[in-house]
Each structure stands twice: as structure tokens, then as C-alpha cells.
Ligand binder design. Structure first.
Ligand code: HEM
Length: 360
């Protein structure tokens, strides 16, 4: 019964058909590298995937650069408006026009990753949009449990930087965040699915005195832990004091964004938030569907080639997720009454202190 209700909510939100696995496409072409793909045009991308892994992601890690590459793809694409008059969407303008876009308040700290990506981008020969969105897709698969995102190839070079004030900030109200997502073409359910990204995320800039402070206790794993931990009662700030955009978090060393906290609690989004807890394939499936939409915003998809089969596969997440040590259901601030809360066990031992992401 519980699962039937949950499935109904998610099916309504994402369109049941989209969550059904796509038919397996025949990899009929063998590339000079020996790898196979459905389309010979995609062969040129295999060496670039290797280049990304060696030059950018420390040999395939789910570390700081992988996290930042995903954030960069979002900040690039969300510059778009369905009513026009804003940026070109998923066009790589954030990399090509980094001097302009890095100066926007919401892009604080993003220069670290544009500086790291720029020389590799030049070496790759790809357009900036293809580079940014390929890097993000590869990055996600470096994380245990990360879905293999779709990748469409052939974006033309960006023509202009996106304007300021298109990227949501953690200090923004729920109304303003959801209005911005709506303007870019995303429903509230889709916005929450995109926030699965915060399972492999940390903050350098919210409290600059503690760079690399993770949003959950499993920052190298693409699991649903962030959806659980954002609901646990807050106790302290990871730094000396709270900062704008930050609210109390449950674990030492962990940061909770005000925006994540509010989105988990308001009636418009609370059930979408809760529905992902310990539902790995539901969460990764929804994330994949919505990322596929986000990563071609503003593009003429008829001119792009589906090169999704160049994207690697991650190590599977074997789950289930658990409450961090010392926590239980009595610590949950449940905001969705329509769904039963999943039954989870607790990690044994004393309450953990979450370590910062190395290299932040
Ligand atoms: C409500 C919308 C969102 C808000 C307000 C928001 C806000 C933030 C903030 C403040 C940070 C920390 C930045 C820093 O201090 O270094 C962050 C990190 C991150 N965000 Fe979001 N975000 C949102 C949506 C998204 C989406 C849709 C994605 C991707 C699909 C995303 C991916 C990430 C990632 C991967 C990081 C970690 C970056 C790193 O560790 O280097 N975010 N986000």
C-alpha cells in the first residue's frame, strides 16, 4: 500500500513512462580504441572521457573536482528561461565567459573549477557546452551509486554569458526558488529530483572558514542519505557561528543549507523530498530523467547525437541507507504525512563527525 502510494506520487510527477528503462541500444560500431558505441560520431569522445578522468578527476575519484563539475553544469544550464531573454542554457557559457559569470554572487567559488577545467577543455577540442556537460556526467559515475546520465553531443559554442540572478541561492525563499525553476521549465518535483545532487556536495563559500563542509555523511556516495539527514533535528553549526543561507545541522562537521531545509518542510515539496529516502533506483531514475532535460536546455536536440553510451558505469550502491550513529526516527522532522516514514536501522557507535572533502 505504502509503495503503491509512493509510486503514484512519483509516476504523476515524472511521467511513468520516463522512469521505465529505455530499450538497450545496439552498440554496432567498434571504435579505433576498441570501445563500442551505437554511433561512430561518438568514438571521438572515449579518449576525452579518459582525459577527464586523468587530468581532472584524479584518476576517477568522486572528490572535490567531481562535485564541482556537477554544480558547474547546473549553474551553466539554469541561466535559461522558457520565456526567453536570459541565457543560452546548457551551452558552456559559464566556462567560455567565466570572467563574467564567475563574478555573480551565486557563483562564488566556481572559479576553482572553471580554472581547473579550462586547460583540459582547450585540450579536448570540444565546444564549451559539450565539455561542461560531459564532465558532469562522467563525474557522477565516479561516485558509488551514481547513475549513468544521458549525454547528447554537438552543442555549438555559446554566444554570450548568461545574465546575473538566474542561479538560486540558499538564502532565497521557497517561492522564489520554485519560481526560478519554473521559469527554466522545471516543476517542484523535478527541482527536488535535481537536489539529489546534494548527496555528493559540500560548501566552500557558505562559511569560508570551513571549506569542504559536506551536506551529508556520505559525500562520495550517490545515495539518498542527504534526503534523510536534512530531516534530522538540527543541533549546531559546523563553524563558529551560523552564516546566511545555513541552518542548524544534526551532525558535527555537516552543513545544512536553509534552502534544502525549507524545501524538505513545505507542503509543496515535502512528499517529493521524503519519497526518495532509501529509494535508490527511484531517486537515481528521477535524477537521470531531469538531468537529461537540464543538460540540453536551450539546445536544438535535433542537431545533437545521442552519445550516452560513452558514459561510464559507477560502482553500484548496495544500501540500505541508515541513520547516522546515535540517531533514530525520533530525530526526524517529518513534514509529509501522506507517506509512511521508511524503517531504517542505525549505524552503531558514537555520533560521527563528518570530515571535510579533501582538497577543498
Ligand atoms: C535550490 C537550488 C539550489 C541551491 C540554493 C544550491 C545551493 C548550493 C550551495 C550554496 C552550495 C555550496 C557552494 C559553496 O559554498 O561552495 C552548493 C553546492 C553544490 N550544489 Fe547546489 N544548490 C541548488 C541546486 C543544485 C542543483 C540543481 C545541482 C545539480 C544538479 C546542485 C549541485 C551542487 C553540487 C554538486 C554542489 C557541491 C559542489 C562542491 O562540493 O564543490 N545544486 N549548492
Amino acid at each position: 500500500m505504502a509503495f503503491a502510494r509512493l509510486s503514484a506520487i512519483i509516476a504523476l510527477a515524472f511521467g511513468a513512462s520516463q522512469l521505465v528503462s529505455a530499450a538497450v541500444v545496439q552498440r554496432s560500431t567498434t571504435c579505433p580504441s576498441g570501445q563500442t558505441t551505437a554511433n561512430a560520431t561518438c568514438c571521438q569522445l572515449f579518449p576525452i572521457v579518459d582525459l577527464l578522468q586523468t587530468q581532472l578527476f584524479d584518476g576517477g575519484e568522486c572528490g572535490e573536482e567531481a562535485h564541482s563539475a556537477l554544480r558547474l553544469a547546473f549553474h551553466d544550464a539554469i541561466g535559461f528561461s522558457t520565456s526567453g531573454g536570459k541565457g543560452g542554457g546548457a551551452d558552456g557559457s559559464i566556462l567560455a565567459f567565466n570572467k563574467t559569470e564567475n563574478a555573480f554572487h551565486a557563483n562564488a567559488g566556481i572559479d576553482d573549477i572553471t580554472d581547473r577545467q579550462f586547460p583540459v577543455f582547450l585540450q579536448s577540442g570540444l565546444s564549451a557546452g559539450d565539455f561542461v556537460h560531459l564532465a558532469a556526467a562522467v563525474a557522477v559515475t565516479n561516485c558509488v551509486g551514481g547513475p549513468s546520465l544521458k549525454f547528447f553531443f554537438g552543442r555549438p559554442p555559446p554566444v554570450a554569458p548568461a545574465p546575473d540572478l538566474t542561479v538560486p541561492e540558499p538564502t532565497d525563499s521557497v517561492t522564489s526558488i520554485l519560481a526560478r525553476f519554473d521559469d527554466a521549465g522545471f516543476s517542484p518535483a523535478e527541482a527536488i529530483a535535481l537536489l539529489a545532487s546534494h548527496t555528493i556536495a559540500a560548501a566552500d563559500q557558505v562559511d569560508p572558514s570551513i571549506p569542504g563542509t559536506p551536506f551529508d555523511s556520505t559525500v562520495t556516495t550517490f545515495d539518498s542519505q542527504v534526503f534523510l539527514e536534512v530531516l534530522l533535528k538540527g543541533k549546531s553549526f559546523p563553524g563558529a557561528t551560523g552564516q546566511p543561507g545555513e541552518v542548524l545541522s544534526p551532525l558535527a562537521g555537516e552543513m545544512r543549507l536553509q534552502s534544502d531545509s525549507r524545501l524538505s518542510q513545505v507542503s509543496r515539496t515535502a512528499c517529493f523530498w521524503q519519497a526518495f529516502i532509501n529509494q535508490q533506483s527511484l531517486m537515481t531514475g528521477a535524477f537521470k530523467v531531469v538531468m537529461a532535460k537540464m543538460q540540453v536546455l536551450g539546445q536544438n536536440t535535433k542537431l545533437l547525437t545521442d552519445c550516452s553510451d560513452v558514459i561510464p558505469t559507477s560502482k553500484p550502491f548496495t544500501g540500505p541507507i541508515k541513520y547516522p550513529a546515535s540517531f533514530s526516527q525520533s530525530d526526524v522532522q517529518q513534514a509529509c504525512s501522506q507517506l509512511p516514514f521508511p524503517s531504517l536501522s542505525t549505524v552503531s557507535g558514537p555520533a560521527p563527525t563528518v570530515s571535510p572533502v579533501p582538497g577543498s
